[in-house]
Design a protein around this ligand. Structure first.
Ligand code: AVJ
Ligand code: FE
Length: 421
């Protein structure tokens, strides 16, 4: 029956998302599982455990008859930020969790997997189905964070260990396609998730209309080659180009180049990647920049950052397809050289928009209502997805968000032109 088909495909999806977290850890050494190099990042073992905590807390405890938590202490250790669930273990100390061991965490994962499969076999009501989808998308978010976090941790080791070895030449030698501008006419556009989307986070709702003046959006992200020109032109040393908070951050942190870039006397600019140190390829999109750097670059280029509304309206206008972008399924854990026209994938793109509630937004009831809503302050929206995002996790209405100085994500930029809306 259709119900059985739906259950079978949901179970397959659950199995594959869960298996991928473990698959992504396969290149790690045991010593890597507890690394936490800054308070904003989490160790691999914590990601494996926290995503499991999510399914246990929101699905198994309330809905699977007779389920008792694998270990009550894990409720505290691997809870992240849900006030209504209680105390949280200090985020900055996640790297100190030498116990539970990886073996115990993997056993917990297996127990929870069996529980969820059991629940699926019994059949899900609407609320359970909604929570299962949130759990899967939550795990996919943490899979992306796993990559950016482990890259940061490995970069702090003077030996510069690679997550994976790269074979073949890194420099593409590719000529960068000239920047073109998509002209988007003025008009009313509909922003946010649609009813027909299989899944969307609450922060993408409600869909609502907004009037946008005409604007132009660049056909591709900014490249490393263009970033090198900005650097050579003194972009990092000209306060006139920078927002006030941006200049303060640049001064305090001594930014002279994107995160992970180092100048080698002989070989020129190199960058630490998931493949270890590699030459900076001018043809690839620039990444690991803060919103402040993105904004300064745009001003230097005589342009500006798009708003998130402009980005989404352009995606609709151009009929951008998620399938066309570079995502994790590509198997290359770094942005590939830019193509003449690309909107989705490869690098997240900083927008000029504050991460806030859409008009009419209502956070869901209970602890899951804290998932997105409580972060709607002091962060900026990024759009598009990256080389380590999963394609089936994304939509053109997807809103990622980070603090303006954050640089450890695969964050880049795309230019816009036209009167500031
Ligand atoms: C959307 C990536 C900013 O990092 O906290 C993970 C994703 N939300 N668990 C984050 C998330 C809950 C979120 N970001
Ligand atoms: Fe989380």
């Amino acid at each position: 029956s259709t119900d059985e088909d739906a259950t079978r495909s949901l179970t397959a999806r659950f199995n594959s998302v869960r298996a991928r977290s473990e698959h992504d850890c396969a290149p790690l050494e045991i010593e890597d599982y507890s690394l936490q190099a800054m308070p904003e990042t989490s160790p691999p073992k914590w990601h494996l455990a926290h995503t499991t905590w999510f399914f246990e807390t929101f699905l198994l405890e309330p809905f699977l008859p007779g389920y008792t938590p694998f270990n009550p202490a894990f409720r505290y250790l691997f809870n992240s930020y849900y006030n209504s669930i209680g105390e949280q273990f200090s985020r900055a100390q996640r790297g100190l969790l030498s116990r539970p061991t990886l073996t115990e965490v993997l056993a917990w994962r297996e127990t929870v997997n069996q529980g969820v499969r059991g629940l699926l076999a019994r059949g899900l009501d609407e609320e359970m189905h909604r929570r299962l989808l949130i759990g899967l998308h939550h795990e996919q978010q943490h899979q992306e964070l796993f990559f950016t976090d482990i890259q940061y941790s490995l970069s702090c080791n003077p030996l510069g260990p690679a997550y994976r070895e790269h074979t073949g030449p890194w420099l593409s030698g590719q000529h960068t396609p000239p920047l073109q501008w998509h002209a988007i006419p003025e008009g009313l556009c509909a922003i946010g998730a649609t009813e027909t989307d299989a899944f969307a986070f609450d922060n993408e709702t409600p869909r609502h209309r907004a009037f946008l003046p005409a604007f132009e959006l660049a056909s591709r992200p900014v490249t490393n080659g263009e970033w090198l020109a900005f650097m050579a032109d003194g972009g990092y040393d000209d306060p006139a180009l920078w927002l006030s908070d941006g200049w303060t951050a640049r001064q305090q942190q001594g930014w002279q180049a994107p995160l992970y870039w180092q100048q080698d006397e002989h070989a020129g600019w190199q960058s630490f990647t998931l493949y270890g140190m590699q030459p900076v390829d001018p043809a690839r999109p620039v990444c690991h920049i803060s919103a402040y750097e993105a904004d300064a670059f745009a001003r230097w280029a005589g342009a500006r950052l798009p708003t998130e509304y402009e980005w989404e309206a352009a995606a609709q206008h151009l009929d951008a397809q998620v399938a066309d972008g570079q995502f994790i399924g590509d198997g290359h854990y770094h942005p590939r050289p830019v193509r003449a026209t690309q909107l989705l994938g490869s690098v997240w793109e900083w927008t000029a928009s504050s991460y806030g509630p859409y008009p009419g937004y209502q956070a869901p009831a209970g602890a899951l209502g804290e998932y997105n809503g409580k972060f709607m302050c002091n962060q900026l929206v990024l759009r598009g997805g990256s080389c380590v995002s999963d394609a089936d996790h994304l939509r053109t209405s997807y809103r990622n968000f980070f603090y303006p100085p954050d640089r450890w994500q695969f964050s880049g930029l795309r230019l816009a032109r036209g009167k500031q809306p």
